[in-house]
Design a protein around this ligand. Sequence first.
Ligand code: ARG
Length: 575
Amino acid sequence: MSASLEKTINNKLLSIFNTLGYDSKFAVVKTSDRPDLSDFQCNGALALAKSEHKNPREIASQIAEELKKDADFETISVDGPGFINLKINNSLIGKIIDSTSIDERLGCEKVESPKKIVLDFGGPNVAKALHVGHLRSAVIGESIRRIEEFVGNKTISDVHFGDWGTPMGMILAEIIRKDGNLSKAHNYNIEEISAFYKQANIRCKEDEGAKETARQITAKLQDGNSEYRKAWQHLRDVSVAAVKKNYDELDAHFDLWLGESDAHETCGEIIKIAQQKGISEVDDGATIIRLEESNKPKPPVILVKSDGGYAYQVTDIATIKMRVDDLKADEIIYVVDKRQSLHFEQVFEVAEKLGIAPNVKLQHIGFGTVNGADGKPFKTRDGGVMNLEDLIKLSKDKVRESMPEPDDKYDAAYIEKLTTQIAMAAIKFQDLKNNIASGYIFELEDFAKFDGKTGPYIQYAIARINSILRKGNNIKEGNVLITNNEERDLALKIMQLNNIVMRAHESKEPSIISDYAYTLAQTFSTFYNASSIMNAESPEISASRLRLARLVRDVLTKLLYLLGIEAPEVMLKKA
Ligand code: ARG
């Protein structure tokens, strides 16, 4: 039996609608707005009334009469102006849960026609440590990657390293200024390179001449100057190694470590195509494309700067072409700060004009900023940019405060590992419980509590079920019998999983998953408080409840996985 209950009911409706000669597009149910009355409702009669020139209640009653012949429904009623309310039979619920409990996909379907999706997230830059702004891209991007893979799409994640802009020339210029040349460049480590970059930033802000030198060096670097390329390669390698460590800690996976520089050759092709199509023009020495301004003013896109260098936008345009030609992408999704919305609108519009991505869906998922208590982007105490590494350390320190001392059972290494798992869950869930587009205030007080809408609360719910299962290991789980309302509510909640995952996939919104995980954990809690597993009314009911509990554990674990969060076997905290 298909575990997608809604689909099963829709199919039943479909055949009734066909028999009665009604338009089958209205043969759909949705989860009931009135759970006290029904599990599902069908509002099709109201939609049909006009074209059928009939009273909606009359249509509804006709359909209801047919539904009443089906033993899978407990009650069918027509309410209000013509809503059909359906309550499904407990034995059907039991059967569906039984089949879900042995399904490794937990009753979740796959998309009908799998797509190849290139996911562009991360977006780190050479010589810059990851900061709090990079957190969301990595956390949201990784969650979307896992959701898409789970529903059956093929994903290719690319970190898209920022390694080709003017900052490259700025760093090289700064090294030359100090050492006279680049002969020592290959010795510098990430801290030193970052320091050069900071210094260069200050200098270029004050000194137009220094900025000009940096631009010229960047243009020569892009043009292939071998000395610059050699030094640049080292800067890039060192930076990649540093951020790889950060992304490993975040458990964000990248299939490709390409960067803006990898699009260099293709940038040349883009310029050619634009010229051939006659859509580019030379303006003040720069090659640009002007865009439609019908709705709002959109600045032109600069393909080649007046100094001959390629800028951010053209590398993104060229990268689209590569992803389409080489990777055969059906979709490209960018998980990038929403302050870059205009950039992506421009880039997508040019891609369209150039015809380099026919039938490829290009989508920018813009996220809001991580803010401090003042509602402004999160800063360190002294007002500087908060490094991601420091943020993680801060979070771990906070979690460590409530950890127990090591003992014979759990040694120091175990406690430390658990601290990390809890801290990462707290950070990620705090990020993913919000609608992506809105910013949020990073909160260190309650973010790791075992109660409330937190990642550790879900981890704790899982650990609690693990402990129930350990205690109940002399009982064998068995067929699900619905004997009370709490069991029924829990079973119906579990049955929503497929819908939830599909909705999260369709809208690229992990908060749909986090919301559901939270309510499922709560529903389990209510169930467990009302229904004893070990001392149930009969051995069959014990076995049934054990199955429900185990299934909730598996579903919650899967949900956390989709959010990029680990589920420890046990959770500990100070007594
Ligand atoms: N490196 C860029 C920045 O720091 C973000 C890159 C986003 N991805 C992209 N394909 N443009 O602003």
